[in-house]
Write a protein of this length. Structure first.
Length: 248
């Protein structure tokens, strides 16, 4: 229970801090009072999904990262590297896994059902980005298997969880694009970059953290080349049902 409360605090404290930035320099004007309760409710549902999946997924991770597998990996030179290098490798492999899964969700009609609810967002801001279906929460957990496989210590995973949380808030922020963001986008995703993903639902700018894989696999779109006024945001007025929320 204590760990759960700590993680919930991380989610909302980090979100509120970024929200203060968002309010000062919004990209578009949002009636936060009208959208807060609705998005707060859906974020609680999604957060509940995430924590249930994390605890149910633990036995799966233990099975995959069983002593037999770990012993076979010990012989690989990568496990002899310092922890900080293994953390970087785990991040890259995790982001590649997330990219491939995210791309598959936009290419496969059945996997799209898992991702559909996230694209029902009416306007981007930090809390709206928490809208993730049960099935999507489950599938994206597989991208994090690299951390236990590479023997990343539990105390480091707290920071990984915090960074992942802040990154989700960050990429969905409603803020104006700054010149320094153009430099940042050579490596890391920004709100402007990710917002195009919600305008172009056919599957562009699919990276969760880094921009490497969008550039490598041809799904990168430069925000400077897109007129958002000519693009449709989200899924329009499609109804949200229980099956949408579950992602089935």
């Amino acid at each position: 229970m204590r760990d759960l409360l700590i993680k919930l605090s991380m989610i909302f404290i980090s979100g509120v801090i970024l929200w203060l930035w968002e309010i000062r320099t919004p990209f578009i004007q949002i009636e936060y009072k009208a959208t807060f309760l609705k998005d707060f409710g859906t974020s609680l549902i999604s957060t509940g999904f995430t924590f249930v999946i994390i605890y149910l997924f633990a036995p799966v991770i233990n099975l995959i990262a069983s002593p037999l597998i770990k012993e076979s990996l010990i012989a690989i030179w990568i496990l002899s590297l310092p922890v900080w290098i293994r953390v970087i490798i785990a991040y890259l492999l995790s982001d590649l896994s997330s990219y491939l899964l995210h791309r598959a969700m936009h290419r496969n009609q059945f996997l799209w059902l898992a991702h559909h609810w996230h694209h029902s967002i009416k306007s981007l801001w930090w809390l709206a980005g928490q809208k993730i279906s049960l099935t999507s929460s489950f599938l994206f957990q597989f991208a994090f298997i690299w951390f236990p496989l590479l023997y990343i210590p539990p105390e480091v995973m707290i920071f990984v969880f915090l960074h992942n949380t802040v990154n989700s808030h960050w990429t969905h922020l409603n803020i104006k694009r700054k010149p320094w963001m153009r430099v940042m986008e050579w490596v890391y995703c920004t709100p402007s970059l990710h917002s195009l993903h919600h305008y172009q639902a056919q599957g562009k700018n699919l990276g969760v953290m880094f921009t490497f894989f969008d550039r490598i696999f041809g799904t990168y779109v430069d925000p400077d080349t897109v007129d958002r006024n000519q693009e449709q945001f989200g899924l329009g007025d499609e109804p949200v049902t229980l099956k949408t929320i579950l992602g089935i």
